[in-house]
Design a protein around this ligand. Structure first.
Ligand SMILES: Nc1ncnc2c1ncn2[C@@H]1O[C@H](COP(=O)(O)OP(=O)(O)OP(=O)(O)O)[C@@H](O)[C@H]1O
Ligand SMILES: [Mg+2]
Length: 629
């Protein structure tokens, strides 16, 4: 089998939709197949059945021409063969062949599907703990393509290849053995064909691999357009952008069509080329056989013997052609599976420290939605408690100014710190640093005296409840959205869910739901209003009952009534917790212990509401403009 080309055929895409290509891949085909062993090598019994089944199936193949020889020589020429011998012989051969083929095919499919299950489970598990950068580099549709479609595609291609390889490979060996047995001189001629076929295969499979990679990328982009249009369906209609989207889709579909045609050209060229080689060999064989039969030195060549030889040789063509085509599914299948394997091998898991938090701090929050006292949640009081940001910088892209530039800030336990500033000044970025959703480019952050990098990620994230600017809900019930992450293991605490929903001012909404807390919220809770979604997010934060609270308010869309409801709920959730609130509302800021004003990634002012107003700086200006809300 040929060596396939390295994967560096397509350049890394600029749009970041497709997976980054790995720097190095094992070069040889056997290396690449060996990589799959951990997924597909777990079923020795199935492998043995598959092996024996194909071996047996292949062994029956020369039995058909072998039957032909006595049939012709004894049956016709000498007339000595009993007639019942014919159906028994033929049916017998086909029964054995059928059983052998069935069991080997079943065993291989079993191996493939079990392996696929394992690979998919691993892929998804890896995705759940992968470094967050993977979600910036790859679109959701590219990831789901990898996990759902490519794995399936790769497995079925490889199974068909494995079935073909074993069946046709053994058949070829069996037929060649038989041919050699009846006439070795003629068989040598057949031997010339094989290297020819291999060369053709090697050339074409190289090209096929490149095309497969390009098709994967094009499929991702096509899926991405559909994903995006499903997401933005309202805006697309409102702005009459259908025509543009249609063109965008059509262009990408056209690319895919062209690639499919190219791939077909490469793969279908193999069949006629190999057939041509076989035909050449066939004509030579017939000539030599005729010459042999006329030569008195080769008296052994009988009509039956030659007919058997010819039919065995003709039977050789089909498996040989299929073997030549095998490069096609092997190449495509490997390319598809390697996309999954690369996700596992080349996307690192999130780095995590070992620090588990102060001893005595409960892992699961106490079953009360009511705010705990500061000392209760923080464990102890003391100078090292709280959050300390030390000369922190964040840069998303090298060619852009930093989103956070040398920011130092202290948030002692129990305090409410309000973060205000113009849009794009880095407030959300700062909030996202705390649960390590965004990597630091410089400086350090300590929580309770311990560097964030040294915290175990699980323990660190247990410290924070977050209501983010863009609320994200799962397509599940209200209860499961509120108790997110707690529904497994410990059974769902319905009373607590109810109390949290009530504290988040959602009782009215709840009373209108016939199914109560088990009402489904739909995709990203789009069956709820903006204010309801926000209050649901607050209920979720309340349920988590974490010592630190991060609130990224986005309330400009709310009317006075829902704003009051949200504000009420927020005040309840903030009580007794260390809170970082990105504030737009005056009421929040007035209650804050300290207001931090940001501009262009820097802290420009700090102090109480009154102090900052008196200072007459940016804060006073923002305040005069109504805080931009
Ligand atoms: N994922 C990202 N990739 C690249 N740049 C980003 C990313 N997220 C934010 N930025 C950039 O970082 C800067 C700060 O963004 P950030 O979201 O922190 O602002 P903000 O203060 O929260 O603004 P707003 O009040 O509008 O929510 C902006 O210039 C933004 O363009
Ligand atoms: Mg923001």
């Amino acid at each position: 089998m040929s060596t396939l080309p390295p994967s560096s055929v397509t350049a890394p895409p600029a749009n970041g939709l497709t997976p980054p290509l790995p720097k190095s891949l094992p070069q040889s085909l056997t290396d690449r197949l060996a990589r799959l062993k951990s997924y597909f090598g777990h079923q020795p019994a199935a492998w043995i059945v598959a092996f024996l089944g194909t071996l047996l199936g292949a062994a029956t193949e020369p039995a058909i021409p072998a039957l032909l020889q006595p049939l012709l020589d004894n049956g016709f020429t000498q007339g000595t063969m009993p007639l019942w011998w014919v159906p028994v012989g033929i049916l017998g051969v086909f029964t054995v062949r059928g059983i052998a083929q069935f069991s080997s095919q079943y065993a291989l499919t079993r191996i493939a599907n079990d392996g696929m299950l394992r690979l998919r489970r691993d892929l998804f598990a890896h995705l759940l703990r992968a470094d967050l950068s993977v979600f910036r580099q790859q679109s959701a549709s590219a990831l789901s393509n990898t996990v759902v479609f490519e794995v399936q595609n790769g497995c079925s291609q490889l199974v068909s290849a494995a079935v073909g390889l074993s069946r046709d490979g053994f058949t070829l060996v069996a037929l060649l053995g038989y041919l050699f047995y009846i006439n070795w001189q003629l068989t040598l001629i057949v031997g010339v064909v094989v290297p020819g076929v291999t060369t053709v295969m090697r050339k074409l499979s190289k090209r096929l691999y490149a095309i497969t990679k390009a098709s994967q990328k094009a499929t991702d982009e096509l899926a991405y357009v559909v994903e995006e249009n499903a997401l933005a369906h309202r805006m697309v209609r409102l702005h009459a952008a259908q025509a543009h989207q249609q063109t965008r889709f059509a262009k990408l579909s056209e690319t895919l069509r062209r690639l499919a045609l190219k791939s077909t050209i490469a793969s279908s060229a193999m069949t006629p080329l190999t057939q041509l080689l076989s035909a050449a060999a066939l004509s030579v064989v017939i000539c030599v056989a005729l010459w042999q039969s006329r030569d008195p030195g080769h008296a052994g060549v009988t009509v039956g013997g030659f007919a058997a030889f010819l039919s065995a040789m003709m039977m050789l063509v089909a498996p040989m052609r299929r073997l030549a085509d095998l490069a096609n599914p092997v190449t495509r299948g490997l390319a598809a599976l390697e996309r999954g394997l690369n996700l596992i091998d080349h996307v690192p898991a999130e780095s995590s420290g070992a620090y588990q938090g102060a001893p005595g701090h409960e892992k699961t929050p106490p079953p009360s939605p009511h705010p705990p006292s500061p000392s209760e949640v923080a464990g102890t009081s003391g100078t090292t408690q709280g959050l300390v940001l030390d000369h922190v910088s964040v840069r998303y892209k090298d060619d852009e100014p930093p989103a956070l530039n040398n920011v130092s800030l202290q948030i002692p336990t129990g305090q409410v710190v309000a973060l205000v500033g113009p849009s794009g000044s880095g407030k959300t970025t700062l909030a996202n640093l705390l649960p390590r959703f965004v990597p630091l480019s410089g400086g350090s952050i300590r929580l309770n005296g311990v560097n964030l990098q040294d915290w175990s990620l699980e323990a660190l994230r247990e410290q924070f409840a977050m209501v983010s600017q863009d609320v994200v809900m799962l397509n599940d019930s209200l209860a499961h959205n509120v108790a997110m992450g707690h529904q497994l293991g410990a059974s769902l605490d319905e009373a607590r869910v109810l109390a949290c929903l009530e504290a988040a001012n959602l009782s009215d909404f709840l009373s209108k739901q016939p199914e109560g807390i088990h009402a489904q919220v739909g995709h990203n809770a789009q069956q709820l209003s903006g204010g309801q979604r926000q209050r649901l997010a607050i209920a979720r934060a309340l349920y988590k009952n974490a010592p630190y609270l991060i609130l990224d308010e986005a309330t400009s869309a709310l009317d006075n009534e829902s704003e009051r409801l949200v504000q009420d709920a927020l005040e309840r959730v903030m009580k007794g917790r260390t809170t970082l609130v990105i504030a737009h509302r005056l009421s929040t800021i007035e209650h804050a212990d300290r207001v931090v004003v940001m501009a262009e990634g820097k802290i420009v002012e700090q102090g109480s509401h009154a102090e900052l107003l008196a200072e007459g700086g940016l804060y006073a200006r923002l305040h005069a403009q109504g805080m931009g809300s």
